[in-house]
Design a protein. Structure first.
Length: 303
């Protein structure tokens, strides 16, 4: 695996404590560490007095209490949600009920493409299918409060409804799970799509914000350069898949073993889905062929 991304895994924040990460932005870490969530999910509080929350996080009593405690004496007017995975949005109804804030997101959870016959959403347990925003944001929409201005940046790929949020006053981007300093995210069909994910990276590469605050882990510094690394990493992954197919390998488990050296066993299933995401994209582009729809059990070859 060509791992050319300059990952930064330094991140030192105790769960359920409030920390001002940059002037005007506080963060609270949920205590839900895992191979997918790193040290846990970060909720952000934007502004002072009349504030917005980005990603209330999982349905975890200690986290909800810590978040409400952090805004005691203030008014939460807006709740922004980057995407509908269970580590980001299930606390929304509780925070909304406690604060009366309006909930803004791209839309409810949905797969990136129609399900194939007999196909189940494979990481279904990770999806918050109950989520509904009060207001569906469109790409480029700007929402403002006292001292903060947030632009919605549609970034589908990790999920179809993923949005990043640019905070104009601080020249930073809340990047959700789209771009993170410690790892690349899982892009798993049918909820995620590699072609969308790559297009969303290209979209961010054209933006100028130097700092991203992600849903997990520390800030992404020198963000445009980091995004360029992310793009090259995915292109290298695609090249290694094509290389293995050229050598006569045909199935996803074999490709995963060949490409992901030293992989955490807990991530093997997710790696298979990431390879499937690449293969879907390659089949669409006519660079790889398979019988019927691309599937996790499918056989693949060069045309
Ligand atoms: Zn997440």
């Amino acid at each position: 695996m060509s791992d050319d991304i300059p990952f930064d895994k330094s991140f030192d924040l105790a769960p359920e404590t409030v920390e001002e990460v940059v002037p005007g932005v506080r963060r609270v870490l949920a205590d839900n560490p895992s191979p997918f969530t790193f040290k846990g999910t970060l909720s952000y509080i934007v502004g002072r007095g009349r504030v917005a929350i980005v990603d209330p996080g999982p349905l975890d009593e200690a986290h909800i209490a810590a978040l409400l405690d952090a805004v005691r004496g203030e008014t939460v007017t807006h709740i922004f949600v980057t995407h509908t995975h269970r580590d980001h949005s299930p606390a929304v109804p509780r925070i909304k009920a406690a604060t009366g804030a309006v909930v803004l997101a791209e839309g409810p959870h949905r797969p990136a493409r129609p399900l194939h016959v007999g196909e189940a959403p494979r990481l279904d347990a990770s999806n918050d299918t109950d989520f509904r925003p009060d207001h569906a944001l469109h790409d480029g929409e700007v929402i403002a409060g006292p001292g903060w201005t947030i632009e919605a940046v549609a970034t589908p790929g990790h999920t179809a409804n993923h949005m990043a949020f640019a905070l104009k006053e601080a020249d930073l981007l809340f990047s959700g799970d789209h771009v993170m300093a410690w790892s690349t995210p899982v892009v798993a069909p049918p909820d995620g799509a590699m072609s969308d994910y790559m297009a969303s990276l290209q979209k961010l590469a054209r933006r100028s914000e130097p700092v991203y605050l992600p849903g997990h882990g520390g800030a992404v510094r020198d963000a445009p350069r980091f995004v360029a690394h992310y793009i090259r990493h995915r292109q290298a992954r695609e090249a290694s898949i094509l290389h293995r197919l050229a050598k006569g390998e045909t199935d996803i488990p074999t490709l995963v073993r060949a490409i992901y050296i030293g992989l955490d066993p807990r991530l093997v299933k997710a790696a298979g889905l990431s390879v499937l995401a690449h293969l879907e994209d390659l089949v669409t582009r006519g660079l790889v062929v398979t019988e019927g729809e691309p599937s996790i059990a499918g056989r693949y070859r060069l045309p």
